[in-house]
Write a protein that binds this ligand. Structure first.
Ligand SMILES: [Zn+2]
Length: 182
């Protein structure tokens, strides 16, 4: 169908191929991608990638409201945001009832660069979102430790920790270190 305008910038959407065999509505102005998850799933099946029904049905709305809310062009509902990756501060927007996702211009390319275009359902399901959140929390803790101790000592701590963790006498070594010398 023509005449649908971009839900992000009001530009003109054109149906085009975003990956071999996969078409979506792509905005000629901002480059964003409006993707139908049924078509996406179909494409996965055609490319002989096994989709577990569980992955698809366990999609949940992990909502995260933002001031830049987008609204579905089909049903006018506000889209919910999903993390794409712990490394990148990007969010995929999804209309759950209509089964469509919006990807800003860099987001599909990010999936392509990471070789993860077939992982969209995993990214969107609740376990995928939880894993991403856990990774983000771990990275925040690491950043906080790095600031607290400084780069040199932080690296030394990491070395000591990996040495201790693989040592059969770990507990005794730790107890020794905590005792005053002599
Ligand atoms: Zn919708």
């Amino acid at each position: 169908m023509s005449g649908i305008s971009c839900i992000s910038c009001e530009g003109k959407l054109q149906r085009s191929e975003i990956q071999h065999g996969l078409k979506a509505q792509v905005c000629a102005d901002c480059g964003g991608v409006w993707l139908d998850l049924d078509e996406y799933k179909e494409w996965l099946l055609q490319t002989a990638i096994v989709v577990h029904e569980g992955d698809f049905s366990s999609l949940v709305e992990v909502s995260e409201q933002s001031p830049h809310a987008l609204f579905c062009s089909d049903c006018d509902r506000m889209l919910h945001k999903y993390r794409l990756s712990p490394q990148l501060p990007v969010r995929i927007d999804r209309c759950s009832p209509c089964g469509k996702v919006w990807l800003d211009a860099p987001e599909w390319q990010v999936l392509q660069q990471q070789g993860e275009t077939t992982e969209l359902l995993r990214v969107l399901n609740d376990r995928g979102q939880r894993e991403i959140r856990e990774m983000e929390a771990r990275q925040r803790r690491e950043q906080a430790d790095l600031r607290r101790f400084g780069a040199v000592d932080y690296r030394r701590l990491q070395d000591v920790r990996s040495w201790l963790d693989s040592h059969p006498l770990r507990a005794e070594l730790l107890a020794y270190l905590q005792k005053p010398a002599n």
